[in-house]
Design a protein around this ligand. Structure first.
Ligand code: SF4
Length: 324
């Protein structure tokens, strides 16, 4: 393709608004959006992520990635009459942060005609995240906010998927998210055990797929802006200083200096992953497939609930409630 005439390299007629540094191609507004949608379709077909009769649960946080994914999947779903979509948002109980995201998610679902359901930590696990932090429960467990939140969010999505009879869960993990996770595993001394976001059946698990796995984060942001997808721009107050935040900053700087590094890392790491069939058995508490007798989410739920009870007793003793 001859490039550099000052016009979009795809349609050759409009002014470019974005240059894809790793490929050298410049796109106009319309060709860029079409290119993202086309690449998502190709990713779905290349890895057989979705089936024609799937009931797809889309995990929607209200951020740019998940709302863009929902918009793209709603377009694709129209061409598959036997498939259906349901959007699920998880409210972790972070006042002042999640409320706006939930409103944006609900608005987008209404516009697209997609059913939207919200599940809360409070209902599912008995306590919201900020409350667990402010009561000192997380610090006593030696956990950061994201450690509890990540495990419970995953569990909440699985419970929602069962309740809503979803056959697959689509998450909005981008290329950046996936490489970050692989790198975090490696930095903790573990090589990734399975590729992220590829459809794996069996073991009673509802498969999770990531149709944006080959789209860089900055392109998802641009897609959201150009497609006029209103999304929450404020980051979670707990995101700063998390392990992921450090890795994200490093990878973003590296990619900006050496374009194409994220694709190279994904390809190299995934070519060396040897997926192992984990022997999973139903968790003795909730029945979800687990690698131990009790799944991590239930384990944490019981620890949080015990500490919550102990701290309640302590408060009551200090103010003399039990003596009244
Ligand atoms: Fe939860 Fe951490 Fe994400 Fe905030 S940044 S929503 S605490 S996982």
């Amino acid at each position: 393709m001859k490039k550099g005439n000052g016009l979009c390299d795809v349609c050759k007629g409009a002014q470019p608004i974005y240059r894809q540094v790793y490929s050298g191609v410049s796109f106009c507004d319309s060709c860029f959006k079409k290119s993202v949608e086309k690449r998502v379709r190709k990713t779905i077909s290349r890895y057989s992520l979705l089936r024609e009769d799937d009931r797809i649960l889309v995990a929607v946080s209200g951020g740019k990635d998940s709302l863009s994914l929902l918009k793209i999947l709603a377009k694709i779903e129209k061409t598959y009459p036997r498939a259906s979509l349901v959007a699920v948002s998880i409210d972790e109980g972070i006042p002042g942060y999640r409320d706006e995201a939930l409103r944006l998610a609900a608005d987008m679902c209404r516009r697209l005609g997609v059913e939207h359901r919200v599940y809360t930590f409070e209902d599912l696990f008995g306590v919201g995240l900020t409350e667990a932090m402010s009561r000192g429960i997380l610090s006593r467990l030696g956990l950061g906010a994201c450690s509890l939140c990540g495990v419970w969010r995953r569990k909440a999505i699985s419970l929602a998927a069962r309740e809503l009879k979803a056959t697959v869960v689509a998450t909005a993990h981008t290329l950046d998210d996936i490489v970050q996770t692989y790198l975090m595993d490696i930095l903790r001394g573990e090589f990734p055990k399975a590729p992220i976001g590829l459809r794996r059946e069996g073991n009673g698990i509802i498969p999770r797929v990531a149709p944006l796995r080959l789209i860089p984060e900055e392109e998802v942001v641009l897609y959201a802006y150009l497609s006029r997808v209103p999304f929450q721009e404020t980051p979670c107050p707990n995101a700063q200083n998390s392990q992921r935040d450090l890795v994200r900053t490093f990878l973003a700087q590296f990619e900006s200096r050496y374009p194409g590094s994220l694709f190279a890392a994904l390809k190299t790491i995934e070519s060396r992953i040897v997926p192992r069939e984990e022997a999973l058995t139903p968790c003795q508490v909730c029945g979800e497939p687990a690698s131990k007798t009790i799944c991590r989410a239930c384990e944490l739920e019981s620890q949080v609930s015990r500490l919550s009870g102990e701290m309640g007793q302590l408060v009551r003793a200090n103010i003399g409630v039990d003596d009244v």
